[in-house]
Design a protein around this ligand. Sequence first.
Ligand SMILES: [Zn+2]
Ligand SMILES: [Zn+2]
Length: 181
Amino acid sequence: MPKPKRRCDECESLYFSEASQMMSLCPECSHLLYDYPNCQHKFENGSCVNCGWDGSRSEYLKGLLQRHNMSDAELNDELVFLEGRMKKLSRLKEVKALMSEIAPPPLVMVAIGCNWRTLECEGARDGLLDLKVLLNESFVVRGEIPNDLTAKVEHARPYLLSDYLLRGTASERRQIGLILA
Ligand SMILES: [Zn+2]
Ligand SMILES: [Zn+2]
């Protein structure tokens, strides 16, 4: 009898339901995203005989894996790059004002993510930049910065650093670990 299969929400590969501890992620993605034990993959005819994963990768996980494979020096370079990009934001003052409502002074803001939402966003009037910052080594906050100056800079619900580390990916934890080291 064929084993029941499901499709992974992240990589869209089919996988054997019984091989994964998560409802909608294959063993590979649940390992990378949530640190569940991975399958000892054994590929035959384009998919793993143990879990059914076909080797697909989402764009998101491709990016995360890059960070998994980065050395401390490369991770540092990334932080320096993000910091530089954040400092050049034309709306940095507004961002700082917003963030100082979350964390008490003196505000120490470290950029851990600073990316245009899509490739077309840079320079586009309706473009958006996603910023993620570590505040005072205590909170992680995502901010949304519209190019359109009449639209407000906004932030999502702040995470306590401990919650962020608990829910975050191994890659996100590694990035924070390097900042706090
Ligand atoms: Zn998957
Ligand atoms: Zn497998």
